[in-house]
Design a binder for this molecule. Structure first.
Ligand SMILES: Nc1ncnc2c1ncn2[C@@H]1O[C@H](COP(=O)(O)OP(=O)(O)OP(=O)(O)O)[C@@H](O)[C@H]1O
Length: 369
């Protein structure tokens, strides 16, 4: 899987820029605030149909412009196709195009340009709340298993509806009659969600542990443990067993749910815990250790996607080397030999030999040097 060409019009600080990429490493080199991360964001947007930095798409459009257009020629699934996204100011919805055909949703782009991104904000995945960790788990399983995406979407819908029902029960007490039906469907769908997550986190944990051990020169072990609803004794149990255990949890929380008017029971609160050398990353890991663990997770994600799809995802690395000692930097650089990679850096000394250098200056992309 690779991007051959990219063209940006009115995207962030790019007025009108084009670039050609090589199949291996593409180094985006430039001083601060010149547009390196913006370029990664553009590639990531074409891959996922969303920005990794903002939910407000208007921010992506160059100040003063009416629209932004992103185009890329992509090789994947044994074809060469054009991906195009057009974003508008105001209320007009954005457009996604594949091979000249307008697509209804971002889901239609699945598998066309798969990417794995590391950006400095990802360091918070292991330090802050569980939502980021759930996004990481769910993101990869969705890319590998369309059935999971459907189950997760169904669970989300049920959760929203049950939450609304709990909130509105005083105004409309008859709503409570349908609560048992919601509980049953949430337990059934929740059991599927847990099954997938348990298997995926196990696979992710094995790969990430392998990378982390090598990354740290054999001095650290990284363990990931999936955490779900407390009544679930074995997340690998058959879905019928999981469903019964989820119902047990619902029963024990029924009163609290009514009192708090919140949905307290179910895998929407799932998490995974990361531990290095026996100590939880969230409380005890150093900056370098945290970075090592997150990069290991991302490399594990790339390996799982490669195993699952037969194609190596494009790797997008923003400011990946800082805070790492020389040995750990060398480990990262060694991982760049496979697949197409975009990596940002401010200076080139150590890196120029790795691949094509593209100099990024005030929203322009200089050719190969
Ligand atoms: N919608 C926009 N229109 C015009 N310029 C924008 C827009 N959004 C962001 N910018 C500008 O883009 C620049 C930031 O670019 P980017 O984040 O890609 O920098 P960078 O090269 O990665 O820098 P650093 O090395 O500091 O991380 C800023 O100067 C910012 O003002």
């Amino acid at each position: 899987m690779q991007i051959d060409r990219l063209s940006l019009r009115g995207f962030r600080n790019y007025e009108d820029a084009q670039a050609q990429f090589v199949p291996g490493v593409n180094l985006l080199v430039g001083g601060n605030a010149n547009g390196k991360t913006n370029l990664l964001e553009a590639v990531s947007y074409l891959s996922t149909g969303r920005s990794f930095r903002t939910r407000r798409e208007a921010e992506l459009i160059r100040f003063g412009a009416d629209f932004a257009e992103l185009r890329a020629q992509v090789q994947s699934q044994e074809r060469t196709r054009e991906l195009r996204a057009v974003l508008f100011t105001g209320r007009r919805p954005r457009q996604l195009w594949l091979a000249g055909v307008r697509q209804r949703s971002r889901a239609a782009l699945s598998g066309v340009l798969t990417s794995v991104l590391f950006c400095p904000e990802d360091l918070m995945i292991l330090k802050k709340g569980a939502a980021g960790r759930r996004r990481l788990m769910d993101g990869v399983i969705c890319q590998l298993r369309p059935n999971y995406e459907a189950a997760l979407a169904e669970y989300g819908r049920l959760l929203d509806q049950k939450s609304a029902l709990l909130r509105e029960r005083y105004d409309n007490p008859s709503l409570l009659q349908v609560l048992p039906e919601y509980d049953l469907r949430m337990a059934q769908t929740g059991a599927l969600v847990i099954s997938y997550r348990a298997r995926y986190v196990k696979a992710l944990a094995q790969e990430a542990a392998r990378y982390h051990r090598e990354f740290s020169g054999d001095s650290e072990t990284l363990e990931l443990t999936y955490r779900t609803v407390s009544t679930v004794t074995d997340p690998f149990a058959p879905p019928e067993t999981l469903c019964a255990q989820l119902q047990e949890h619902q029963r024990s929380h029924a009163r609290a749910e009514l009192e708090s008017a919140q949905c307290l029971s179910g895998p929407h609160k799932d998490d995974f815990e990361a531990v290095i050398n026996g100590l939880p990353v969230a409380q005890f890991a150093s900056q370098g250790q945290t970075r090592t663990a997150v990069i290991s997770l991302k490399l594990a994600e790339r390996a799982l996607l490669r195993q699952g799809t037969g194609e190596t995802p494009v790797l997008l690395l923003d400011d990946v080397l800082s805070e790492l000692d020389a040995g750990r930097q060398d480990f990262v650089l060694n991982q760049l030999r496979e697949g197409q990679v975009f990596i940002t850096c401010c200076e080139t000394d150590r890196l120029t030999s790795l691949g094509q250098v593209l100099s990024i200056r005030s929203g322009t992309i200089g050719g190969a040097q």
